[in-house]
Ligand binder design. Structure first.
Ligand code: GRF
Length: 201
């Protein structure tokens, strides 16, 4: 998983795995920020983590190349962006084609390419917003959509209240998408992601 901050989506995956609801393992967490609270969550749950800062590598391409090497060393099958606050270098996207998921706090394609999607949704006056888990491509926030969950905007919403309700849905959407991937049930067909029926075992 790639993170930058609070790590509540990381925590949602940790909880789902620890409760036996998600057949997956978080092999490593990479943060581009040393102060990320997500790193403390890793320590508490015995998950390997590493900080890879831009300033230590000079360019985004070099930094993300190191991140890619690290992920490959750990043999990761899926890369999950959970609050990672930088656009992935195209070279890193190409190394993990069809194997990177991102969580975004709006119903894409609305309010994409923004770190303030909740505020923009409120200011625009939409009545429904939500969250999206999508595959990452070189088109920022434009990859094939896996899971979306709607959130109605209330008359008295402000940015914190709306963000909190979207976040609660993110914490459902991300484990759901990772579970579908882990179960081999996602098939990318152009822009669409087909969700295959569960195989009865
Ligand atoms: C979430 O709102 C996510 O959609 C966005 O960044 C935020 C990360 O929150 N990409 P957290 O670090 O998982 O708590």
């Amino acid at each position: 998983m790639l993170v930058s901050g609070r790590g509540s989506n990381l925590q949602a995956l940790i909880d789902a795995i620890e409760h036996g609801d998600l057949p997956a393992r978080i092999s490593v967490v990479v943060s581009n920020r040393p102060a990320a609270l997500a790193l403390e969550r890793c320590r508490q749950h015995g998950i390997a983590s590493r900080v890879v800062e831009l300033k230590s590598h000079g360019s985004r391409a070099a930094q993300h190349s190191v991140i890619g090497d690290f992920l490959e060393e750990h043999g990761v099958e899926l890369v999950v962006l959970a609050g990672f606050d930088r656009i992935l270098d195209p070279g890193l996207v190409r190394r993990f084609v069809g194997r990177i998921l991102n969580i975004h706090p709006s119903l894409l394609p609305a309010f994409g390419k923004s770190l303030q999607s909740q505020r923009e949704a409120l200011e625009y006056g939409v009545k429904i917003t939500g969250c999206t888990v999508h595959f990452v491509t070189e088109d920022v926030d434009g990859g094939p959509i896996v899971v979306q969950r709607p959130v109605p905007v209330r008359e008295d919403d402000d940015e914190p209240s709306l963000s909190a309700r979207i976040l609660a849905e993110e914490h459902r959407a991300l484990p759901e998408a990772v579970r579908l991937f882990a179960e081999g049930r996602l098939r990318i067909e152009g822009r669409r992601v087909q969700i295959l029926d569960a195989v009865l075992r």
